[in-house]
Structures are given as C-alpha cells and as structure tokens.
Design a protein around this ligand. Sequence first.
Ligand code: TRP
Length: 332
Amino acid sequence: MTTTTSAHTRVFSGMRPTGELHIGHLFGALGNWVRLQEHAECIYCVVDLHALTTGYEDVGGIRRSGQLMVADWLAVGIDPERSIIFRQSDISEHAELATMLGMITPLSWLERVPTYKGQIAELGEGIDTFGFLGYPLLQTADIILYKATEVPVGQDQLPHLELAREVVRRFNNLYGPVFPEPQARLAESPLILGVDNRKMSKSYGNAITMGASDEEIDRLVGSMVTDPQRIRKSDPGRPDVCNVWAYHKLFGTSPAEMETIFAGCTSAELGCVQDKRALAETIKSVIRPIRERRAAFLEDPDKIEDILADGARRAKAIAAPVLAEAKAAMGL
Ligand code: TRP
C-alpha cells in the first residue's frame, strides 16, 4: 500500500513503552518512521496509557521503559527537531476525546475487533477490562486528535485503523466534517525471525537488541539455525531457507560479499560457522553506532525528558484546538 506523501501529509504513530527495542523494530516500524520524516510532518507517541490496558498491576517500570524506548528512537534517527516526540499521558486531550468518541461507538464495533477476543483468550480474564475493550478507541483518539492522515503500522493494526475510520465517519455524519479519515501505511518490511527461527521477541531471548554488545551479537549469531538439511559442511546449503542469509540481506552485507557467500554456501565450500562470523561482523558494524548513541542518551535521562517536554508542548498546540473543534461540534 504505497502512496506518495505530500507536504500536507501528517503522520502519526505510537508504540507502547516496552523498553529496549530490537532489530525487528528497526527494520520494521522504525526504519519507516525515520524515512517518513523526509516527506511529512511526523508525530511519534509513547502510548503509556495503552501500556496500562494489559499491564495495570505492575506499573513501576512504565516511565523508564518509555525513556529506554525513546533513546532507541533517537539513536536510529528520529529527529526531535523535525518530528514531535511525546508521551500520551502528558496530553490530557487524548483521554477526553476517547471519552467523547465512546459516546457514539456501539459496543459491538469494539467487541468484533479481532484482536479483542483473541487477546482475551490468550491473556485471560485479567485484561477483561473496560480500558482493554476501548483500546482501539483510545488509539483512534490518538490519531485524529492531530488530524493525522497517515498511520505507519504493521499488518496486525489494520483492524484498529478500520475501526478508526468507521468512528470518524460516524462522527462526521453526526456532527459535521471535523476529522479526516486516517489511512494505514504499511511498511514493506520482510518478516524478521528471531535467531531460533521463532517469532522475534524479547521474552524468547532470540532478539538482537539495539544495545546488544559485540559479545552478545557473536553469541546470538553463533546460535542461529541454518538450513536444517545441511548437516555436514560437505552438504550444499540452501540460502533461500536460511535465516543467516535473510539477515545478510537485512543488514546490508555488500553485494560482492553476498555473491561470495552464496557461491560458497551452495557449493559446500563455505561452512555455516564461517558464514555466521561474517554476518556477526556486519551486524556489529550496524549496531555499534546505534548502541553508542543510545548509551549517550541514556546517560542523560534529563535530556530525554526535555525532548519529551518540548514534544508535549508542540503536541498540545495541535491537539487543544482540535479538541475544542470537536467539543463545539458535539454541542459541548
Ligand atoms: N496499537 C499500536 C500497537 O500496538 C500502538 C498505538 C497506540 C498506535 N496508538 C496508536 C499506533 C496510534 C498508531 C497510531 O502497535
């Protein structure tokens, strides 16, 4: 779903404060966020209220997780001069607009969002809260409070964007054309598996994080699963089924080196161990500068807080008049 962005495009996206990010985020959402800054006004939000929908019991880490996440955003090139970076809970308009939208949103619309029943089944009774049911409505408020036109998200968020568009249409039909219908903008990112070929997740310990040390990178790459049919070095390998090969492509190993690796692997001259060593070097060269930048930010959390405070001021300047417009339209 590639559309051209114009100067009038306003981009909004958010991430729950989950702490340190990994290369799945880098090559998925974040890479896209960074690129969009070239073409559009971008607003990126630490959605800490959303974090409460699944984690309301243990809240001690939310602020720190937000800082860690923002350090990663900054380290990969989200530019706080060009883009607005802020915390959702700093702008009370999000909660107000979500309440107002709740008045016109049938319960059935929220109940049929596929993530809802699925996650309840997966995570159990504990998240069977009003806030969890309303998750996509708060997300709708996030987006339309800035009259954002484009929302870079992963495939999994499409049902939420569909709901947002439905709610916007209902609002505009009832009270007049206040909000544009936001469009999802899918990143063309490949599926990135963890080093064990499972879904990449911090909780599986199979993810290369933005702060990974050289030793960790060696260890994780060393543990990678290659072509399962290549048992001995003398068996020719099949790069197209090998995660090490996929990572070479992802991390931008040079075309010349890729050619050598492909030839060596398929002719059984290059062993997996050697191939992994080459990959580890490439990954280190990509991660090292990110790791150093994030460490510099994390040494100075006040700087991160200043960036978020500045972002909140700029976000408020957009959000307050839009909320006023919505209130007036609703007769408040
Ligand atoms: N639900 C999104 C996710 O889990 C996070 C999110 C919250 C978001 N508000 C948003 C994404 C607004 C885009 C726009 O990834």
